[in-house]
Design a protein around this ligand. Sequence first.
Ligand code: PLP
Length: 422
Amino acid sequence: MSHVFPRHTKSQLPVAVGGEGCYLIDADGKRYLDCGDAAVSCLGHSNRAVIEAVQSQVEKIAFAHTGFMTSEPAEALADLLIDHAPGDLDRVYFVSGGSEATEAAIKLARQYFLEIGQPERRHVIARRQSYHGNTLGALSAGGNAWRRAQFAPMLIEMTHIAPCYEYAEKQDGESSHAYGQRVADELEAEILRLGPETVMAFMAEPVVGATLGAVPAVEGYFRRIREICDQYGVLLILDEVMCGMGRTGHLFACDHDGIAPDILCIAKGLGAGYQPIGAMLCTSRIYKAIQNGSGFFQHGHTYVGHPVATAAALAVLKELTSQQLPLRAEFMGQRLQSALETAFSEHPNVGDIRGRGLFRGIELVSDRAGKTPFDPALGLAGKIKKAALNAGLICYPMSGTRDGRSGDHILLAPPFIIDGAQ
Ligand code: PLP
């Protein structure tokens, strides 16, 4: 009998014993094409450069607490990330994963306003149908009703505006651009409702992952969001934990939207699964407010900036940039989109096929014309996950309540090294 406490306590999971390129191998020798359990494995499972970087770093120094020392891989990784980062992002704070990154971003926003003498700024605005992680602060920002439900009494009060979800919410006769401006303007209305002097940050995923299934914003949406944040002095936090690190065809997903945030969160593809690591990037304006003020960021975990994790991420980033893998994600993503359209665009239960790069979503509906979701009681996602696993495919199906409307999608996020036949 196993003593591991799994997330799904009613199912028996295969034991992973090996990884080879895009495949995971279980104890019975069965191979599974990894099309993105959670969009982590961007380089596949047997990248030599990353494995050797991890081995060599453990030999040198496995751990040094960042309260006392920095480390060579952390310094080199921060430099390389900033070389490629959009806008004025200038400093990198390393954490162990995505929830820690968004949690730290919220606390950094709060501390920034304290340091510059605006203590009344305390509200975070995020979007419905979003996911920012499972720790209580990150869960408070997330707008997924199902994930929040049982913890609701413990969550921090944050408000949520509409996501940019063209397929389901654009009105008849409305252009994509007009739709994007209309939903972006909800941010301004919410800032005015709360009182601009009380709002500290707006948080959003450039391409919504787990909750909606690879839904990018329409053209112009994020430019309007950036304008509104600037107008009211509100910090823009972009959560690229799932969509970042090349997955959408750009190293940073927001490059596609032509804007840069004040704080950017990354994880998953940063360590590509070889080590648990995340990061929060911020502008020098924010960093200097703390440096010239209290001199201490009031947040930290034991494993921030872990030398082995940062060494792995440095090797991942070198692989991504030297082999132009984001470009490959863009190209292979278009092939995947065409293949999905050829196979499913006439399927009566496929409502939409969308995404960017190697980050694709298939929305499932019971009726195409009415875009009617399936009855949630069917538990479609669980059934698809099981059927896919039996067939040797790992993908990420989700059923969820979306503002009272249920919905199902399948997320596909394969490694960037995937080939056409696979
Ligand atoms: N933010 C987004 C957009 C995510 O998709 C996730 C995880 O799926 C997180 C944050 C949380 O990351 P982690 O699971 O590494 O804590």
